[in-house]
Design a protein around this ligand. Structure first.
Ligand SMILES: [Zn+2]
Length: 302
């Protein structure tokens, strides 16, 4: 009997020990489990924070990049900066041999398409100083010239001196009108012409004072003015294509940077006919064909 009691006592002690051990093991497991959960939670929180930070950094980086791109785009396509205006207006002072073919007073159905065909065939880009009234009459030709990579510049709306030179403000109004009809023609409402050619040239003559005032106004609006330093005299009664070619050669002389004035108005088919010989002369004498866009772009890069 006593033996049985002792046996039962020993058994209970053993059961208690086992229970304590199990209890301790459970506690240890629970502690470990809680620790792991806590660690995972902390890790998740850190990860979420890191993700948030990365997203924030990426967003900041994107905004920075976007601002930079917009600034670059404005330099390339928006109103000109002062140094770009200077680059255009100092176009004649270059050591490299380069030539800018410029066509004024168009576009016209009788001449412009032939000039565009020839330029395409010769792989040459030119500059067209278009008139607002002519753009309205021939929008498809402006669109074609633009799409074929030519520079579309601004020659005002009317070409009537007493109208455009009635005030400096009138010059800017004709410029703005022409810019708008060019935008409509090419289907790009963000297009800036950026370069204006005064009808009859920017200097001297009866309207000299108005022209000077207008030039300052144009500059304030990010617009450069460009005349020429060579011409075919196709608007001054040259009668044969040989005469036009000779006038160009004579007025180029020994110049390195040449801006040639020609016209693509309705009655200027002789200009088109003289063009192959003019191009041949320029090629033989080592001139590279450029547009005003090249001058503006190279100025924006520096
Ligand atoms: Zn003109």
């Amino acid at each position: 009997m006593l033996y049985d009691i002792e046996k039962i006592g020993t058994k209970r002690i053993r059961v208690d020990r086992i229970a304590i051990c199990v209890f301790l093991i459970i506690i240890v497991f629970l502690t470990i489990f809680a620790g792991i959960r806590c660690a995972i939670a902390v890790q998740n929180e850190n990860y979420a924070k890191q993700l948030e930070l990365t997203a924030k950094n990426l967003e900041e980086e994107r905004l920075k990049q976007e601002a930079k791109e917009q600034e670059e785009k404005a330099k390339k396509e928006g109103p000109l900066l002062q140094e770009q205006i200077q680059a255009v207006e100092n176009i004649y002072t270059s050591d490299t041999k380069r030539v800018f073919l410029t066509f004024d007073d168009g576009p016209s159905k009788a001449v412009t398409p032939f000039i565009l065909d020839l330029l395409k065939q010769e792989n040459i880009k030119a500059t067209f100083f278009v008139l607002g009234d002519r753009v309205v009459a021939n929008p498809e030709l402006v669109k074609r010239a633009y799409e074929e990579g030519h520079f579309i510049a601004n020659h005002g709306k009317t070409h009537v001196y007493k109208q455009i030179y009635s005030s400096s403000q009138a010059v800017l109004e004709e410029y703005n009108y022409t810019q708008q009809v060019i935008r409509d023609a090419i289907g790009n409402q963000n297009y800036y012409c950026r370069v204006f050619r005064f009808p009859g040239g920017s200097k001297g003559g009866y309207y000299s004072n108005i022209k000077n005032e207008a030039l300052a106004l144009l500059h304030q609006n990010g617009i450069a003015s460009l005349d020429w330093n060579s011409l075919s005299r196709d608007a001054e009664g040259a009668k044969t294509k040989e005469e036009l070619v000779q006038n160009v050669i004579t007025t180029i002389g020994t110049k390195n940077s040449v801006v040639i004035l020609m016209h693509d108005a309705n009655n200027k088919i002789l200009t088109y006919e003289s063009l192959p010989d003019i191009i041949q002369y320029l090629r033989q004498n080592g001139y590279t064909f450029c547009t005003l866009q090249d001058v503006i772009d190279s100025s924006a890069e520096t």
